[in-house]
Design a protein around this ligand. Structure first.
Ligand code: NA7
Length: 537
């Protein structure tokens, strides 16, 4: 790059950050509407979380026929999924196909992270700085950086002493990794760890799982996408997508309408069996009161406990795998078909870090208070700085030079998870306090991007240069979101939804759990009322 090019500030209408589901659709939508778009992506190609999380067993916990875009009827008719719940390589291929089909890569600067966003009050534009030192000036910035993209490096004493291979599930080597003949340790039993553990257990010479907190894991009963089901889906896509848009979870099915506590024991068990057979997230929608009433939650929890005790041969191992510190479903429940069975394998050992914490590492071993475990490979499935981490990793300076990190010092505040007071013309796709991770992500992404696109078109048509959430609207929404969360059982778990997996992070429930459909109706009403709650200049 020449010095002249470096530091140049070409103009565009919109900068989009990210090339996952959200970023790709945003680039497609805005450019189709005639906006000049420049997009940044820190990875070398498209995919977002599906670009980075290539660990064995990485798979989506929503079924692919609805964990996919709805915006192009042609795309949804042409693309065929091989599994009900697709694995990472297939989802990445899908996103790559979308990028090809709609010629999206031409808008991107790949291998370029955004490092700074600075708003100029006078010009009402953002200066976007990339990790290559180049800058772009944009009227609008749309952050599509994802809710779970800022990987957490755990602060475990002595970790640097380990000289063997260390792999992060969230930054997996592109060529894959062969565990054959290797002694492997996995730290982390969240959704990533759980998926990786059952796969690694099949090939490693020995696998030792270091569990700090047991999680409630439910099966999805994954299997091939049969030709018959594929045909049915394609014939009914209009209806399936409409149901996603009008449901409270962004999915094509509604939760049951019956409370566990209104049923007799026999009917409860029969209901749970039925929903267990459906598997995955559907299991958690068996009752209306499972997430609001601890007694009802306990009914569900006891069902899963009994399952774990049935499947795991060693009773002591089974008890270690049963969560004791949070109601079922209140931490993101991992989903896997072989997880509990994995602990019956002779080559798999479970270590309970609550009983015997890690005290240090040697060059080729992990030491706990009770034993030393020789290993060749360490796999860290230790999670993300969720919801806010990716955006706060950027130096975001809004009006009057105010930093987003300072505004969010006590926890994220936002209006509808779309905008933040003091940061005009900055939109966050599936931002904090929107339904995001508790809705089906592609449905949530399309709703946000469509809303933002309509907003940009409205501003253009009315020659308006800036839009900004008002402090009052933001306060009302943040309090509403807090209130809805507080009426549920979710805050009883120390989870990444609350930020409690990150040392020192302020606790605020980062997801709006009032329902996707209710939420999108509110967004619609705001737009119809001339962007009620926003100031337009
Ligand atoms: P999660 O769900 O945050 O899981 C991280 C796991 O790592 C969890 O079991 C943690 O235990 C464990 N962890 C984190 N730090 C440590 C240290 N220092 N020592 C021991 N164990 C530790 O992340 P995932 O990647 O699995 O899943 C994130 C989401 O991505 C997932 O829910 C899907 O939506 C996709 P803890 O529970 O904190 O005791």
């Amino acid at each position: 790059m020449t010095e002249a090019a470096k530091g140049a500030e070409p103009d565009c209408d919109v900068v989009v950050i990210g090339a996952g589901f959200a970023g790709l659709y945003a680039v497609h939508k805005f450019s189709t509407l005639g906006f000049k778009v420049v997009a940044f992506e820190k990875g070398a190609d498209v995919g977002g979380v599906w670009y980075w999380n290539r660990y064995p067993g990485a798979r989506c916990d929503c079924e692919s026929y609805y964990y996919s875009y709805s915006f192009s009827p042609e795309l949804q008719q042409d693309w065929n999924w091989s599994l009900r719940y697709s694995e990472q390589p297939e989802i990445l291929n899908y996103l790559s196909h979308v990028a090809d089909k709609f010629a999206l890569r031409r808008h991107y600067r790949f291998s370029t992270a955004v490092t700074g966003l600075t708003y100029d009050d006078r010009t009402q534009r953002w200066t976007v700085e990339g990790s290559d030192g180049r800058r772009v000036s944009a009227r609008f910035v749309v952050s599509a950086m994802g809710c779970l993209s800022q990987m957490q490096r755990p602060n475990i004493a002595g970790l640097d002493n380990f000289t063997g291979e260390t792999l992060f599930t969230a930054a997996w080597p592109h060529g894959g990794y062969d565990f054959t003949g290797k002694r492997v340790a996995v730290i982390g039993t969240g959704a990533s760890g759980v998926q990786a553990i059952s796969r690694i257990g099949r090939s490693a010479k020995h696998l030792t799982v270091f569990q700090r907190t047991a999680n409630w894991v439910v099966p999805v009963w994954n299997g091939p996408m049969s030709a018959e089901f594929n045909r049915w889906v394609k014939e009914h896509y209009g209806d399936i997508r409409a149901r996603c848009r009008t449901s409270q979870g962004g999915v094509p099915f509604e939760p049951a309408q019956v409370a566990a506590l209104d049923l007799d024991e026999k009917t409860r068990q029969a209901t749970l069996e039925k929903y267990w057979e459906r598997g995955g997230t559907q299991f958690f929608s068996a009752f209306t009161d499972a997430f609001s009433n601890i007694e009802a939650n306990e009914v569900v929890a006891e069902f899963v406990r009994a399952y774990i005790r049935r499947v795991v041969h060693d009773p002591k191992v089974a008890e270690t795998l049963i969560p004791t510190d949070h109601p079922v479903g209140t931490k993101r429940p991992p989903m896997d078909d072989d997880y509990y069975e994995t602990y019956n394998r002779p080559n798999v050992t479970l270590v309970n870090l609550r009983e015997t914490p890690i005290v240090g590492f040697d060059a080729s071993a992990i030491r706990t208070g009770a034993a030393s475990y020789d290993i060749d490979v360490l796999v860290l499935a230790t999670g993300f700085d969720a919801m806010t981490g990716a955006l706060l990793a950027v130096d975001v300076k809004g009006k009057n030079g105010k930093r987003l990190g300072d505004v969010w010092a006590e926890g994220p505040q936002s209006y509808l998870g779309l905008g933040v007071a003091g940061f005009p013309n900055l939109f966050t796709v599936t931002g904090p306090l929107s339904p995001s991770v508790l809705a089906n992500m592609p449905t949530a992404v399309e709703q946000h991007v469509d809303w933002i696109a309509d907003c940009l078109s409205y501003l253009k048509a009315h020659d308006i240069k800036s839009i900004e959430a008002t402090p009052d609207a933001q306060k009302e929404w943040t309090e509403h979101s807090d209130m809805v969360a507080s009426q549920s059982l979710y805050p009883r778990a120390n989870s990444w939804y609350l930020g409690s997996n990150i040392p020192g992070k302020p606790r605020r429930f980062g997801v709006y759990i009032g329902g996707f459909s209710n939420y999108s109706q509110r967004c619609e009403a705001v737009a119809q009322n001339g962007y009620d709650g926003f100031v337009l200049h």
